[in-house]
Design a protein around this ligand. Structure first.
Ligand SMILES: *Cc1c(COP(=O)(O)O)cnc(C)c1O
Length: 373
């Protein structure tokens, strides 16, 4: 059997290892330390934003973002339906009520007409807009709507670190942005995330909440419910090494996308996710849809054949409004067809790790070509 090809594995070498060991030997293990501060500074500089708060996961960042924006029990929060469950789960952590929004058929991100319909109908407090597979939402249109109706915005840029929208980095739109450094993301700290904002008060509040809401006293005093959500100094050391490679990783993922595109896009029935003309995607994962009537094979058959050859491919996220956990929630679509559902049924994610070799990528492409013939 040939070696396993994963969807999006960590891409690390001696640089991360040495950075980790340096942090270890400096004895800053406890768990905060200088690498956490530097990682926050370096990510903020990269995004061209004032400050950030390094956290144990992107999910923790979403949870704190909702708390900081004042979301409480029974408040209404809108969220893209086509996303990973973490985006929506944070809403339930607060006892708030999620309402899901359909996707735009060309960008796959939140559909603006559906969003407007939902805002008018439900008067939500907050919107969680998700930059999907590296593709930015259309933030000018979102800002027009959300300013008009006084809806606060959280940008879930967990999949879009390094992507941009009209020349500015994803994560910096809306009131608060969140990033993830989970093992499968474009850079990783093995597990981790960050809350970023132009508003320094929000970021200071995140630091406070993430360290058990400990008051500034010599003894331990707590007025508010806090969390243990900070990123460890050891992991931040790894994150700094990874960050130095981010541009290189993005270029590699774009090249991987281009290779798939050149080999497969002329096949009738395969359509790749377009890069919206308002931005530049980091191409975290190469995604496409399979029209079974035209190709004669289903998306699932392609995944199974790849699996038999020790290659990991996956369906596009299952939308939240189709999840058993969220079956009683409202779902708003301005489309007569349910776009996010269709994307889930036809959508395929191909191996896209920055360490995928050309030779291994050809293995994936050859298998897909052989099924479609
Ligand atoms: C990965 C991901 C998250 C959560 O990040 P974790 O660091 O794994 O908690 C949130 N939203 C989206 C869209 C993601 O893909």
């Amino acid at each position: 059997m040939k070696n396993k090809i994963f969807l999006s594995p960590p891409d690390v070498n001696s640089l991360e290892k040495n950075s980790l060991i340096d942090a270890f030997e400096s004895n800053w293990i406890a768990p905060l330390g200088p690498n956490v501060d530097l990682f926050e500074e370096e990510v903020s500089d990269y995004l061209d934003i004032k400050s950030g708060c390094a956290l144990s996961s992107g999910t923790a960042a979403l949870h704190l973002a909702l708390i900081i924006l004042g979301i409480k029990k029974n408040d209404i929060v809108l969220c893209s339906s086509l996303t990973f469950a973490a985006s929506a789960n944070a809403i339930l952590y607060q006892g708030a009520q999620p309402i899901f929004i359909d996707s735009d058929p060309s960008t796959w991100t939140i559909d603006i007409a559906s969003l407007e319909k939902a805002i008018k109908k439900f008067k939500p407090k907050v919107l969680i807009a998700v930059d999907l597979y590296g593709q930015s939402c259309d933030y000018d249109l979102i800002a027009d709507l959300c300013n008009k109706y006084k809806v606060l915005v959280i940008e879930d840029a967990a999949e879009a670190f390094g992507s941009d929208y009209k020349g500015k980095k994803c994560g910096t739109f809306g009131d608060i942005g969140i990033l993830s450094f989970n093992g499968n993301k474009i850079i990783t700290t093995s597990g981790g995330g960050m809350l970023v904002s132009k508003n320094e008060d929000y970021v200071n509040r995140a630091h406070f909440l993430a360290t058990q809401s400990r008051e500034k006293k010599i003894y331990y005093e707590h007025k508010e419910l806090g969390f243990n959500y900070r990123l460890s100094n050891l992991l931040a050391a790894m994150g700094r090494a990874q960050l130095s490679k981010l541009e290189n990783f993005i270029n590699k993922r774009i090249k991987i996308f281009d290779r798939y595109y050149n080999a497969l896009s002329s096949i009738d029935g395969l359509s790749f996710m377009e890069n919206a003309d308002y931005g530049k995607s980091n191409r975290w994962l190469t995604t496409l849809t399979v029209d079974t009537e035209k190709t004669g094979v289903s998306r699932d058959e392609i995944i199974q054949r790849l699996e038999k050859n020790n290659i990991e491919a996956r369906p596009v996220w299952k939308p939240m409004h189709l999840q058993p956990l969220y079956k009683d929630c409202h779902y708003i679509s301005n489309n007569s067809k349910d776009i996010s559902k269709k994307l889930f049924f036809d959508g395929l994610c191909l191996p896209s790790g920055s360490n995928l070799t050309q030779e291994n990528q050809l293995r994936v492409i050859d298998i897909i070509l052989s099924i479609l013939k």
